[in-house]
Design a protein around this ligand. Sequence first.
Ligand code: R5P
Length: 292
Amino acid sequence: MADNDNIVTGKNYGIGIPQVTEGYFLKGCGHLEWGMKDRLSRIFNPKSGHTVMLAFDHGYIMGPTSGLERLDLTIVPLIEYADCIMCTRGALRSIVPPACSKPISLRYSAGSTVLTYLNDECLLDIEEAIRLNASILAAMVAVGDPQHEGLTIRNLTKMVDLGTRYGIPSMGVTAVGKELVRDARYLSMASRVCAENGAHVIKTYYCDKDFEQVTNAVPVPIVIAGGKKLAEREALEMAWRAIDQGAAGVDMGRNIFQSDCPVGMIQAVRAVVHDGAKPDQAFEIYETTKNA
Ligand code: R5P
């Protein structure tokens, strides 16, 4: 216990040495407060500036999607290779080991399923996100959906307000309806709308043409969803191109858990995202693990 005896006068004030004021490594996040930055630094590796999020929240709109029938068998073995996991509160509480110590991207919006029409969603309570120690909140934003655009943008702004109150960042997830084209024009519009409304990270799709326009039009980090299952080499090529053109990582699901070697695939994706491995080098990692 501190007492009043023998108090030694301080001498080491470093007079003449300017105090170090560090910058912050994530695009557009330098002015956020400490708790937000701490959470984002758990998701994005401060050395590479990138992240591999493993997404397995599909069940909330799609039910037992192929590869996600038994999360305990297919997903739990992959968690150790992910920088962050994106899932629902139901999957967290029932399946994810709390001792895994991975930051959680919490699926924070919920609503209609593929059986009716998508994007008619509400938000969870912020207390629930705090209880679950979420590192980031994620809600669907349906720009261009005539029925649900306004609702989902209001959801996003509400999520940002609630998260900001407690230092939890928000991720806008751009939902592209069947009738909309996933081109650079649409993706930059949808992603920019999310960022302007306060999202700290944007999850969107990669597009073959002019993806750089999307990453440049958005003032915060972008992570790409994998989308439908591709051949492994093709998915690695997509991840490489996205990173090369300014994405800060992937939030990938089906191209990992529907692979015939998910552990090999997630390690190959990591090599692309964090080590700058070219698609061929990464594919070799996948093949080596698969054939081991
Ligand atoms: C969709 O329901 C979710 O937001 C997924 O997390 C997202 O689509 C990413 O998964 P995938 O790589 O399978 O597209």
